[in-house]
Design a protein around this ligand. Structure first.
Ligand code: ADP
Length: 638
């Protein structure tokens, strides 16, 4: 085939990354083989999945295998598979750029890595750069591939220093060959054409791969005579294809038979991660829906956790036969960070993605898996759970809203900082246990940041009663309290909304006593607030803004405004503290029949102070600054 050869530059980030990979992973070079074998295994998985509906894709070539072909003389090592292969465009897309890159996180990570000189291994996995790790041992890589169903092949070549060439080429069979032109090994380093090095490396990191990893090996065998008996003293060299991995499905084995390192390597294989998982759950369920599952919780968040086309990491098998990757239906969305395998003997091998959701068995698996995982999380050590919660708590919270059936279980897994928890978080059970005898509700406040929330004036009264207040700083927390309504028989109550009935009758009298002052503020601020009340939540501050029970919180309004969504009436309620000297001074001036324009300005200053108190932006900061300066001058002058 007449192939046009073109030389292309790597996207900048790729060349930078290559450099970093070579330097960061230096001490653990052998894992390049695991990465290449994993890619081949994925490529076969993909083909098998497609062939379920389109059997011509495999044709006669349906004995799937991964071959390792060392050539000591040429100094090359080839990893070859008869998987799905890649088209020209796919080669450019997958190998010429880093998968899922281009995101700002990626650039940030590169920048950080450059500054520190190392690239954290977990980042490497997240960007899907497994293939590039081969540049640790190779100074040139040639990829020759032909996609299933395609007529021609593609050849890609690069020395990893900034550019690559790509051209159409002949290739007889479907699949991919990755040919490494090996660097000369340094002292103490193994040679990756050596049979025993390769054997051990495959055994160590890829034993569980479910397709045979085959290598041709030479052996000296006795020469046989016509009767099949060895001829004395005569041997000959024979070439045999040896399978290097046991292909034992790790999840089907008994827990006690699986080594820690095997578990970890298998995780790295399924999750495309480079760090060990935080925790795992190895299940064999019998009676009812029967299935085996090996589920992992990663240590860090993947970059695509919040992207719409993110990958779910659970593979579906039936009797150890691969069915599909990224099976979304096996766990609810709020557990999308899980990685691993589910194998059910009861499943139909030809189950398609479309009918999966309706499948009775899949639904039963999902239900029992969800429960098991939530119980497992509840049983993690405090330290592990804190790590988990930092990375995935925000996703877990989605479940409160979306999975009423598990709401109670999930609610027990929530953790929050409170006005009394210091740097740590506490559970809602703990909160309820800490409640004061006379305390009826679970008090919370929402906002951007726990520290500034802790100082919010809305909390003054509650604090003076020594009540603890939960500080919620994620936008999703708004939905969490809404969906739950209560916990342990105690209602959630926003510290910034509605009436904080705290059994304080004095305020009723205060309301009456100050009715003229309240009327005055209502009139002065009628365009700015929807009501004015005597506050039951302030002790030190002059004023604050609140809402009625059904109103949106300040945080929600801010979120909606930020997202450009309009909403109806966003006016709030101004609560004033009649015991505060500023409010008293205004009242005095008003009672004495003071200047209306001046009083109006003071009312506005009071409103602005309430805004500032909750960390909001003022509509007109310049006017506020001017009024404050005048007031200060007066105060100092008097
Ligand atoms: P990852 O495997 O984590 O996605 P890699 O850099 O190892 O990242 O591979 C990038 C992409 O290149 C893969 O996602 C896959 O689409 C493609 N690829 C790599 N190796 C093969 C192979 N042997 N056969 C087919 N496609 C492959």
């Amino acid at each position: 085939m007449a192939g046009k050869k073109s030389t292309r530059k790597f996207k900048t980030e790729v060349s930078e990354l290559l450099d970093l990979i070579i330097h960061s992973l230096y001490s653990n070079k052998e894992i390049f083989l695991r990465e290449l074998i994993s890619n081949s295994s994925d490529a076969i998985d993909k083909l098998k999945f497609k062939a379920q509906t389109n059997p011509e894709l495999t044709g006669d070539d349906n004995e799937f295998k991964i071959e390792i072909i060392p050539d000591a003389t040429a100094g090359t090592l080839e990893v070859r598979d008869n998987g799905i292969g890649m088209t020209f465009d796919e080669v450019v897309e997958n190998i010429g750029t880093i998968a899922r890159s281009g995101s700002s996180e990626f650039y940030d990570a590169i920048k950080q890595a450059k500054e520190s000189g190392v690239l954290a291994p977990e980042l490497i996995g997240q960007f899907g750069v497994g293939f590039y790790s081969a540049f640790m041992v190779a100074d040139k890589i040639t990829v020759v591939t032909r996609a299933a169903g395609s007529e021609s092949g593609v050849k890609w070549e690069s020395d990893g220093t900034g550019s690559y060439t790509v051209e159409e080429t002949e290739r007889e069979e479907r699949g991919t060959s990755v040919i490494l032109h090996l660097r000369a090994p340094e002292e103490d380093e193994p040679t990756y054409t050596n049979e025993w090095t390769l054997r051990e490396t495959v055994k160590r990191h890829s034993d569980f791969v479910s397709y045979p990893v085959v290598m041709e090996v030479e052996r000296q065998e006795p020469v046989l005579d016509d009767e099949g008996k060895p001829k004395e003293g005569q041997t000959e060299t024979v070439v045999k294809a040896d399978v290097l991995n046991s292909m034992k499905a790790i999840w089907a084995r008994h827990k006690s038979e699986v080594e820690e390192e095997e578990y970890n390597d298998f995780y790295k294989h399924v999750a495309h991660d480079w760090t060990n998982p935080l925790s795992r759950l190895h299940l064999k369920l019998e009676g009812g829906t029967e299935f085996d599952a090996l589920i992992y919780i990663p240590t860090t968040r993947p970059m695509d956790l919040f992207m719409p086309d993110r990958k779910h990491g659970i593979q579906l098998y039936s009797r150890r036969v691969f069915i599909m990757n990224d099976c979304k239906e096996l766990v609810p969305d709020y557990l999308r960070f899980l990685k691993g395998v589910v194998d059910s003997a009861d499943l139909n091998l030809n189950v398609s993605r479309e009918i999966l959701q309706e499948d009775r068995i899949v639904r039963a698996i999902r239900k029992s898996l969800t429960r098991k995982v939530l119980d497992h999380l509840a049983g993690l050590s405090e330290e592990d759970y804190a790590t988990f919660y930092k990375e995935f708590g925000i996703v877990l919270k989605e479940g409160i809203h979306t999975d009423p059936e598990q709401r109670e279980r999930i609610s027990k897994l929530l953790r929050y900082p409170t006005t009394k928890s210091g740097d740590g978080n506490i559970s809602l059970d703990q909160y309820v246990a800490n409640m004061k005898e006379d305390q009826e509700h679970i008090y919370f406040i929402t906002g951007d940041n726990a520290q500034s929330l802790a100082d919010n004036p809305h909390l003054e009264k509650l604090k003076s009663l020594d009540y603890e207040i939960i500080l919620m700083s994620e936008p999703i927390d708004e939905f969490v309290t809404d969906a739950m309504g209560e916990f342990g028989g105690k209602k959630f109550k926003s510290a910034e909304k509605g009436d904080l009935t705290l059994g304080d009758e004095d305020k009723e009298d205060a309301e009456k006593e100050n009715s003229e002052l309240v009327e005055f503020f209502k009139e002065s601020l009628k365009d700015n607030v929807k009501d004015v009340r005597i506050s039951k939540r302030l002790t030190d501050s002059a004023a604050c803004l609140s809402g009625s029970d059904g109103d949106m919180s300040a945080m929600m309004m801010k979120m909606l405004k930020a997202s450009g969504q309009g909403f109806g009436d966003d006016k709030r309620v101004l609560e004033i503290n009649p015991d505060h000297p500023f409010v008293q001074a205004i009242d005095k001036l008003r009672a004495e029949g003071g200047d209306n324009a001046e009083l109006g300005r003071y009312a506005k200053v009071l409103l602005d102070l309430a805004c500032i108190g909750e960390g909001a932006k003022l509509e007109n900061p310049a006017t506020f600054a001017k009024s404050m300066a005048e007031l200060a001058a007066k105060a100092i002058g008097s």
